[in-house]
Design a protein around this ligand. Structure first.
Ligand code: 8DG
Ligand code: MG
Length: 132
């Protein structure tokens, strides 16, 4: 079974807001871009807006599709629908008491992310080079 997940890359200047998954979750203790499962009857964008409100307390405006990544972890297969969120209301924080931080794109390799995330990091680095 493939789990559909909506994921938001929240960017302000050269930094993105990342959160840390709890030890009990799948891919526990890894850093992540906030997001979660797309529920029945939801579109990926509506799931994204809901998850970003629940997890980090922001209202995302005009999320832009960035890429889609399918990855099989063996115990679970996911399809990550990644959105770029550059317009939002509120300041993101770990609303579910999870650790959260702004991290510069250049520093992202210092954080442990799930294996599926590598193409996102590559894309962000190339976008930031293009804009510098
Ligand atoms: N949110 C998010 N999930 C990711 C990323 N990379 C990655 O492989 N995933 C995987 C981990 C999980 O298997 C799935 C997201 O599930 P989720 O956030 O709903 O968390 P969960 O499995 O603990 O389920 P739930 O309690 O929220 O229902 O996608 C990422 O950058 N952000
Ligand atoms: Mg989640």
């Amino acid at each position: 079974m493939l789990v559909e997940v909506a994921v938001g890359v929240i960017q302000r200047g050269d930094a993105v807001f990342i959160t840390r998954r709890s030890a009990q979750q799948h891919q526990g203790d890894k850093w992540e871009f906030p997001g979660g499962k797309v529920e029945a009857g939801e579109t990926a964008d509506s799931a994204l807006v809901r998850e970003l409100a629940e997890e980090v307390g922001i209202t995302a405006h005009r999320p832009e599709p960035l890429m889609v990544i399918e990855h099989d972890y063996g115990d679970k297969a996911v399809r990550l629908r990644i959105f770029h969120v550059t317009e939002f209301e509120g300041q993101p924080y770990g609303r579910e008491d999870q650790p959260g931080t702004w991290a510069s794109i250049a520093s992202l390799e210092d954080y442990a992310f799930p294996e599926a995330n590598s193409p996102i990091l590559e894309r962000l680095k190339s976008l930031s080079l293009a804009n510098s």
